[in-house]
Design a protein around this ligand. Structure first.
Ligand code: PBG
Length: 324
């Protein structure tokens, strides 16, 4: 029996001691801030299920990017909502598409901010699926070429990192090959490697207007019940050339983050998704939870689980807390 000689409470007696022995530290350096670009000028449309998140026209998005930069946030992640959608998602790879325009403007107007682009077709297809359809199935191999074209068009617009989120098999290799053949061998790929078919994406699909018109994404996104499979997904993406791998969502998948951390030595990202944000905001609005405290607790937990970087809609608020 160690007690009463050894007492763990000794190191918890005051904040200075606690600070000294703290194991996990959330830093502004860990944050990636997602933004939604829409056509138009001076547009700032609130997303009802995500208080504090807006669909932004490019001019407004630049303002938001400047603010993020001023708060010390190193990176933004861009999504786009196009003027028009079609069967093959051509807005995703149009040289003058919404994301391409947003990237160009941010790169021109905000120096030293990393611009990561989400590479997927679901916001650009009329049916809302992540690729081209044959019957009512998403056709894997035909989709790869379009994803590679999308990634290339983002790189041409000046994207610093491309982030495929579609979960087609082989897309990291297809994107890597296309980038390399076109002189973009320096552009890293952050792959949404273990992305689950999750109910937590609900608010995002309102924000990005990307809800599938029929069916769901279970034929390509992962079953929430599996974690061995997540390691296989990550391993394949690493072999195909991913530079950063991601687990998504974060809060309900902390065990997957930890397993990925233990198994792989690549930089590991976690996406704390729209539903995670909405839950905290909703409970805080009702006065049921302390927003600031829960936000910091959840994001610290994601880091403690093993993530090196966190994509979060709270990024600006966290940066403010950390620098206050
Ligand atoms: C697909 C994509 C989604 C999210 C990021 N990229 C939606 C989906 O797979 O349905 C979700 C992000 C979030 O919920 O915050 N382009």
């Amino acid at each position: 029996m160690y007690f009463p000689k050894y007492r763990l409470r000794r190191l918890r007696r005051n904040e200075t001691l606690r600070r000294l022995v703290r194991e996990t530290r959330l830093s502004v350096d860990d944050l990636i801030y997602p933004l939604f670009a829409v056509p138009g000028f001076s547009v700032r449309t609130p997303v009802p299920s995500m208080p504090g998140v807006f669909q932004l026209s490019v001019d407004e998005l630049v303002q938001e990017a400047l603010e993020a930069k001023a708060l010390g946030i190193p990176a933004i992640l861009l999504f786009g909502i196009p003027e028009a959608k079609d069967e093959v998602g051509s807005g995703a790879y149009a040289p003058d598409g919404i994301v391409q325009r947003a990237v160009r403007e941010v790169k021109n107007r905000v120096s030293g901010l990393l611009v990561i682009t989400d590479v997927c077709l679901c916001e650009y297809t009329s049916h809302g699926h992540c690729g081209v359809l044959r019957g009512d199935e998403v056709e894997n191999d035909a989709t790869l070429e379009l994803l590679a074209r999308t990634a290339l068009s983002h790189a041409r617009a000046g994207a610093d990192v491309v982030a495929p989120s579609d979960m087609m098999d082989g897309r990291v290799a297809a994107i890597r090959d296309t980038l390399d053949e076109n002189d973009f061998s320096q552009v890293p790929i952050m792959s949404y490697a273990a992305k689950y078919a999750s109910g937590f994406y609900g608010p995002f699909r309102d924000a990005a207007q990307s809800t599938p018109q029929f069916g769901d994404r279970r034929s390509h996104q992962m079953d929430p019940a599996n974690s061995d499979e997540a390691l296989r997904e990550i391993r394949l993406d690493v072999e195909e050339g991913a530079d950063i791998v991601m687990v998504k969502p974060a809060l309900a998948y902390l065990d997957v983050i930890t397993r990925a951390r233990l198994e792989f030595d690549l930089p590991l990202a976690a996406y704390s998704v729209s539903g995670e944000y909405a839950m905290i905001k909703a409970a805080a609005e009702r006065g049921w939870l302390d927003e600031r405290r829960i936000m910091m607790e959840v994001l610290t937990a994601i880091k403690r689980a093993g993530a090196d970087m966190i994509i979060t809609y709270h990024a600006k608020d966290v940066a403010r807390v950390l620098t206050s």
